[in-house]
Design a protein around this ligand. Structure first.
Ligand SMILES: Nc1ncnc2c1ncn2[C@@H]1O[C@H](COP(=O)(O)OP(=O)(O)OP(=O)(O)O)[C@@H](O)[C@H]1O
Ligand SMILES: [Mg+2]
Length: 292
């Protein structure tokens, strides 16, 4: 089947979301404005845009963590916005999320094996042997040994903790993984390893990623398509290479110009970017950054 022509796994159409300006205040702040995009099975859509542009709010709506005011969120042909709570819960098995900070999603009181097993229990996998088999398999995939899994999260480095969070997200064999800045909190030398892992997992398991990221080098490296958000709107979208190489859109241009290499960058940005680029290069991904 030609993937380009396949029906999208996720289709978001004219999504709107607002918040009340305060308790008892009838005025509302519009956060998302007619957000529309499509994501094909096995592909990655990079959602980029400056802080506060609405990327995480979009993710929260897709995950059913917050209700949109209006719009369509169609996952594998089903409109999620019309599902009842139990129906959404069943669907959530197929849509998982990885957050920026693994510490927030890994309860320090449980061992890693327990943390990775928990989603299986929550979603009703009753056979302990089956659960144990799936936990070992997924930990192996992310590079954590079963022996290590008897330890508690504090015994792991940041990169390892993010691997564990990824294992927790994958243990239910989801179709779609929403990744909200999954490497931003990691040391630059570790970022490339985790990005490599995510790419490998996508290839092996046919995963579809909605990848929220502010680092444009990472966005370009990881994404088949890019959607650029500004103040709650998608202002530009298209195949990654087109957006990065041929954009004429002023906001996208400004975002790209703010990337190290342009005259406006700060010393801090420059160091961070060089770090990422060096780490990616070390992992043999430099060609991708060059657009080869
Ligand atoms: N629960 C909420 N109540 C009120 N306003 C909110 C709420 N959640 C988010 N916002 C506002 O919505 C806007 C978009 O926030 P969002 O977290 O989606 O941005 P983002 O693009 O993910 O930014 P960042 O890159 O900093 O993570 C922000 O102005 C934020 O203050
Ligand atoms: Mg965010």
């Amino acid at each position: 089947m030609n993937i380009e022509n396949a029906t999208p796994l996720l289709r978001v159409e004219k999504l709107n979301k607002s918040y009340a300006k305060g308790i008892g205040n009838r005025h509302r702040t519009q956060i998302l404005r007619d957000v529309s995009f499509e994501l094909r099975r096995g592909q990655t859509l990079g959602l980029v845009g400056e802080s506060g542009s609405g990327k995480s709010t979009t993710a929260a709506c897709v995950m059913g963590l917050t209700d949109a005011d209006s719009g369509l969120i169609e996952f594998d042909g089903v409109n999620l916005t019309t599902l009842s709570k139990p129906e959404m819960r069943r669907m959530r098995r197929r849509i998982q999320m990885v957050f920026q900070d693994p510490n927030g999603s890994l309860d320090p009181r449980f061992t890693v094996a327990d943390l990775v097993e928990e989603p299986l229990i929550v979603h009703g996998v009753k056979d302990p042997a089956e659960r144990s088999r799936r936990v070992s398999e997924v930990l192996d995939r992310v590079g954590i040994s079963v022996k290590q899994a008897e330890r508690y999260p504090f015994a792991f480095s940041g990169g390892q903790r993010q691997r564990i969070a990824i294992a927790r997200a994958l243990v239910l064999n989801p179709d779609l993984v929403v990744l909200d800045e999954p490497v931003s909190a990691l040391d630059v030398s570790i970022q490339a390893q985790v990005l490599n892992l995510l790419s490998e997992l996508q290839d092996e398991l046919g995963l579809t990623y909605l990848f929220i990221v502010h680092d444009l080098a990472v966005a370009r490296l990881m994404s088949h398509h890019i959607a650029v958000m500004n103040a709650g709107e998608i202002v530009e979208a298209g195949p990654s290479a087109d957006v990065f190489e041929n954009t004429t859109h002023p906001y996208t241009r400004a975002l790209l110009d703010a990337v190290p290499g342009a005259h406006r960058r700060s010393a801090q940005q420059r160091t961070a970017q060089q770090g990422t680029t060096a780490a990616l290069a070390a992992a043999g991904m430099a060609d991708a950054l060059e657009g080869k």
